[in-house]
Design a protein around this ligand. Structure first.
Ligand code: DX5
Ligand code: ZN
Length: 221
């Protein structure tokens, strides 16, 4: 399975975002991970659809919008029309609204012709999103609590990755993207890939490295 590296622009200097995006493409990134935070689902506020719209013309790489927001249905239109290639929403933001909200949101994303993903926090069993696996292009297993870059990887997520890969195979979706986000480093990338994840998000490990291209190669293994 192809391993894809998704640099998280949360760790870029926001005043030089355009250059950061181009540099990631030159350095061998496979997609650009865009952390959208609303100051409510998570404490910080980062950016909205306008950022996606502005970086869209700068790269051919897929834009991976990770929505850490409450009421994600209200935002889908903006991110889809801005040019996101995949939009991922959080189980926790959806389950507090209604039992069907996650499924409805995934269908809404797809109605724009955009790929969709469901995300779970470290304390949410991956089984909670098994019912929507058939709808998902990607599942995102958080390996830190969302909100900040540069946190320490929570190794218990590896068991969840194995379960997710096993379930994807079981339902006839061996190609499903399984994304890991948070605390990914050159040191733990191998065990993460071996557990069955194929999309590795990395902020600090790429943006704080002396050379981004080398950092990306090391994460790919
Ligand atoms: C955390 C974000 C992550 C973060 C990862 O809430 O979802 O994408 O940028 O950063 P690192 O790789 O530094 O842990
Ligand atoms: Zn993220």
């Amino acid at each position: 399975m192809q391993i894809k590296i998704a640099p998280s622009i949360l760790s870029a200097n926001f005043s030089e975002m355009g250059e950061a995006i181009k540099k990631m493409e030159r350095s061998g990134a496979d997609m650009i991970h865009c952390d959208v935070m609303d100051g409510s689902f998570v404490e910080p506020i980062t950016f909205g659809g306008q950022m996606i719209k502005n970086i869209r013309p700068l790269t051919k790489l897929p834009l991976d919008a990770h929505l850490m927001v409450e009421h994600p249905q209200t935002q889908i239109k903006f991110f889809a029309e801005a040019g996101a290639d995949i939009i991922t929403v959080h189980y926790k933001a959806c389950e507090k609204i209604s039992d069907n909200y996650l499924e409805e949101t995934l269908r809404l994303i797809k109605s724009y012709g955009v790929k969709c993903g469901a995300a779970v926090n470290p304390d949410v069993p991956v089984e909670k999103i098994f019912p929507v696996f058939p709808l998902c292009d990607m599942v995102l297993l958080m390996s830190v609590y969302p909100g900040y870059g540069g946190q320490k990887f929570i190794p218990e997520v590896l068991e969840k990755v194995k379960k997710a890969r096993g379930y994807a195979n079981k339902i006839g979706r061996p190609d499903m993207d399984i994304e890991i986000d948070g605390g990914v480093t050159a040191e733990n990338a191998k065990i993460i890939r071996e557990a069955g994840a194929n999309v590795l998000v990395a902020g600090y490990a790429i943006f704080k490295a002396p050379d981004a291209a080398t950092a990306i190669l090391n994460l790919k293994g």
